[in-house]
Design a protein around this ligand. Sequence first.
Ligand SMILES: C[S@@+](CC[C@H](N)C(=O)[O-])C[C@H]1O[C@@H](n2cnc3c(N)ncnc32)[C@H](O)[C@@H]1O
Length: 245
Amino acid sequence: MRIDVVTLFPEMFAAVTDCGVTGRAIRQGLAKLVCWNPRDYAEDRHRKVDDRPFGGGPGMLMKTGPLLASLAAAQQQQRGRVVYLSPQGSRLDHEAVERLAKLPKLVLLCGRYQGIDERVIDSAVDEELSLGDFVISGGELAAMALIDAMLRLVPGALGDEDSAENDSFADGLLLGPEYTRPRQIVGKAVPRVLLSGDHEAIRRWRRKQKLGTTWRKRPDLLAGRELSETEQELLHEYRNGKTEN
Ligand SMILES: C[S@@+](CC[C@H](N)C(=O)[O-])C[C@H]1O[C@@H](n2cnc3c(N)ncnc32)[C@H](O)[C@@H]1O
């Protein structure tokens, strides 16, 4: 997939292009990331990229000319869905990530200052997405979170193809507890079933833990979900403290 980012801080995206899973996916050619800086499209000699809001008030907005020109440049070769990262957008979740990761091209618009002119949103933006109900200083961190989440879903991006499938939310549930060596730390032992070598018992235990963890930490995820008979049974066992330990 190709991701074009309109940002006043392209250097921030080195965190995505140079590091970890995302860096490897980009180096392998599984995704291409191109940044467009509105400052490169500013026409005055100070290369101004902010402007005062009509009607007064504190703060500045992104200057419309350079913003529209950089968006047009990002769309020139191939058009893509434009997502404006904004605290006013719908909450970014696994469903949105899955949907966007399937697109061949995406344009991410990162706001700065007090945001962007409403007419730019109306004319050039297809969708607004938010990281959560709080305000950060710019859309870059939100865009990076979205890019990272999408690239995890691109086949081949993860070393172990299974790991994204096992992640929380992939099947609408949270991942249950996981353990590594040693077998005993801080006075606590690894659940015995995980050492048993009994694959069916481990699979059942993991499924129960997923359901139980989701019920305990995010009951809202279970609210709209129809549980199978086996799932109801497993959750019942979890809630009654019955374990295969
Ligand atoms: C300081 S914020 C502007 C907030 C705006 N004045 C408001 O109250 O809605 C600057 C930019 O950061 C980004 N931003 C801030 N909070 C965000 C969030 N929760 N999710 C995604 N982007 C966010 C947006 O791109 C926004 O244009």
